[in-house]
Design a protein around this ligand. Structure first.
Ligand code: GUN
Length: 283
């Protein structure tokens, strides 16, 4: 049986440390504040934003919500970002995706000041991650790296296989694993012989949004399996991309869904807000 990578427990530990830092900043009359922009009424986004709001509240971070109808123009959205960029009381800005199709989300992400880009989606931060400079790292890959480090999982020279090439998870994950000296392969919808590629991996990271896609037969015995998937089945249950029951019989380490990667993503968002606050205030 595998050892469980307990993201919930590690996230709790990280949040406790951050809360102390937030209190220290508040003693200096600095109040870490995150602004979240949401456009439209995507039900998934509403859940994510509620979870982020609760986590901020518990950590003592101020949370400001900017909700817009789906018919806001791109120009109006960009102007909102400009106002938040200039606001000295705002330290982090997050534009929740998805946004309606008439808005170019990359243009909006690029407009967020790199110093306040706590999601790490501005190309300046993406680029700085690539060249190894100080930057904001996208929260899910960052949380996964923290989990691997917490459990002392060897990465140097290891074969890592990422399933999925999204800008939010797959692509920044490549860079994070390269920085940890892994040999990295990325699989996507056009990859041939995906089972064979996965079976070579010492570390598998799945972010493809396909329920129970990763099966026991694909996984090398002893491998570390990280599940980023959050898939809702017809009966309402939530499952990951990994067939947990089966894969946990062969993997060395595995993340559960829920309680694995999800809580770490939120913890790293809080971490990034505190970093932004400290950097902006030269603390
Ligand atoms: N939509 C799904 N995940 C994320 C995320 O991590 N950040 C933002 N901004 N939107 C998302």
């Amino acid at each position: 049986m595998s050892e469980i990578l307990d993201g919930k427990a590690l996230a709790k530990k990280v949040r406790k440390e951050l809360k102390i830092e937030v209190e220290r900043l508040k003693e200096k009359h600095i109040y870490p504040t995150l602004a979240v922009i949401m456009v439209g009424d995507d039900s998934g986004s509403q859940v994510y934003v509620r979870n982020k709001s609760r986590a901020c509240e518990k950590a003592g971070i101020e949370f400001e919500e900017y909700l817009y109808d789906a018919d806001i123009t791109e120009q109006e959205l960009l102007e909102t970002i400009d106002v938040l960029n200039k606001d000295k009381n705002i330290h982090g800005i997050l534009l929740q995706s998805p946004v309606p199709k008439h808005i170019n989300i990359n243009k909006a992400f690029r407009r967020i000041s790199p110093e306040k880009d706590v999601d790490g989606f501005n190309p300046i931060n993406v680029g700085n991650l690539c060249i190894g400079e100080d930057c904001f790292i996208s929260c899910t890959p960052y949380g996964i790296i923290k989990l691997l480090e917490e459990y002392n999982i060897e990465t140097e020279g290891k074969e890592a296989v990422i399933l999925g090439r999204s800008n939010i998870v797959g692509k920044p994950m490549i860079q994070c694993l390269l920085n940890k000296n892994c040999t990295v392969t990325v699989c996507h919808s056009k990859t041939k012989d995906i089972d064979k590629v996965i079976s070579k991996a010492d570390i598998v990271i799945s972010a493809i949004g396909k329920p129970k896609f990763v099966k026991k037969e694909m996984v090398k015995p002893g491998a570390t399996v990280i599940d980023v998937g959050i898939n809702r089945l017809e009966d309402g249950t939530i499952v990951g991309d990994v067939d947990y029951e089966e894969v946990s019989k062969v993997a060395g380490y595995i993340t559960p869904v829920p309680g694995g990667v999800g809580p770490m993503t939120i913890a790293m968002l809080l971490n990034n807000v505190v970093k932004a606050t400290k950097d902006i205030n030269k603390q």
